[in-house]
Design a protein around this ligand. Structure first.
Ligand code: UDP
Ligand code: MG
Length: 319
């Protein structure tokens, strides 16, 4: 019998876990799929500060299909997913959020596509009603820029709700970057993909832990980990300002020779200095972003640290 792992990153979801278990039961009791599967529900506790850990322990004790992995602290969802992939044993892994935003009813469709030969079946959010128009416009712009500069077609609505074949999971496990942008990595690994539209539900309880600044961080990580286009942009900017200065220089020389000019032009000098200073600072900032990444990655620290894993034993080829 094929084994399917449901991988759920959990951060302060104590209020959602019981409802999540209820929602998953029909699926893991094999009532929703035409064929039976062996199920494993792997919850990764990403350093929750509430009672999530206790609830997860209780769920594992009462039902052996549930297992729990506790990370040593909060590493963020991206790394919690990596940790889960390291410990997942399934032939396929379905990644779901713990807040019931990802409907369990879509999973059987994903499995059907997987059985039909697709290796990465992802859910694509149909409505983004819960987003403000500003954030929608910004995310549209961001994906457009990312697509242009990376030549990877990173889809805005396609998130982490997806089924990955073992081959994709192993591919993602080989990428040990600590500043991960998993959304981009899903595209980067390639493999046969299939899209399934779904309606994203409201969060069951609590509020999203992704604040604007965290999303911005993730967005910058997405760019710096997939493309060096901003560096090239800085180079172009340098060339352009040099060219403009050259033209202006010729203009001044010609003007001074033929017309003559008393000393003046303080505002022009100030504007030019400030403009160029700004360009230089932007360029240094861009270079700094990349150096920062190099600094973090060269330390070669493990991406996450696990505290306890309780479930069926896994092979030790971890981290
Ligand atoms: N999550 C996590 N670590 C974090 C933040 C979030 O594992 O540091 C989990 C969280 O428990 C949930 C999923 O990631 O299962 C998505 O989080 P959230 O609902 O806050 O984000 P959104 O739905 O707004 O993308
Ligand atoms: Mg959510």
């Amino acid at each position: 019998m094929k084994k399917v792992t449901i991988l759920i990153p959990v951060y302060n979801e104590g209020a959602n876990l019981p409802a999540l278990r209820e929602a998953l039961l029909p699926l893991i009791d094999n009532q929703l799929t035409p064929e039976p599967y062996e199920w494993e529900v792997l919850m990764v506790n990403d350093g929750s500060l509430d009672n999530s850990a206790e609830i997860m322990t209780g769920m594992r004790i009462s039902d052996s299909r549930f297992s729990d992995l506790n990370l040593s602290r909060n590493f963020g969802k991206e790394l919690a997913m990596l940790a889960g992939m390291d410990y997942a044993q399934g032939d396929a892994v379905v990644i779901m959020d713990a807040d019931l935003q990802h409907p369990v009813s879509v999973v059987p469709q994903m499995i059907a596509e997987w059985e039909a030969g697709f290796q990465d079946v992802y859910g694509r959010r149909e409505s983004r009603d819960y987003q403000s128009p500003l954030s929608r416009a910004m995310s549209k712009l961001y994906y457009k820029a990312l697509k242009k500069s990376t030549r990877l077609d990173i889809l805005p609505g396609a998130g982490d709700f997806r089924l990955l074949d073992r081959i994709c999971v192993d591919a993602l496990r080989r990428v040990r970057e600590t500043q991960r942008n998993t959304k981009g990595l899903f595209c980067w690994i390639g493999y046969r993909k299939k899209e399934i539209p779904f309606r994203c539900e409201e969060r069951h309880d609590g509020k999203s832990s992704f604040t604007f600044s965290r999303l911005l961080e993730l967005a910058i990580d997405g760019i710096t980990s997939f493309t060096t286009a901003p560096l090239r942009f800085a180079t172009y900017m340098g060339f352009l300002s040099a060219l403009v200065s050259l033209i202006y220089l010729i203009f001044i020389i010609v003007k001074t020779i033929f017309i003559g000019e008393p000393v003046q032009g303080f505002p022009t000098i100030m504007c030019t200095i400030l403009f160029l200073g700004g360009c230089q600072l932007i360029s240094i900032g861009i270079i700094g972003e990349y150096i920062g990444r190099i600094f973090k990655e060269t330390k070669g620290r493990p991406p996450y640290l696990a505290d306890t894993f309780r479930g069926k034993p896994v092979d030790n080829n971890k981290n």
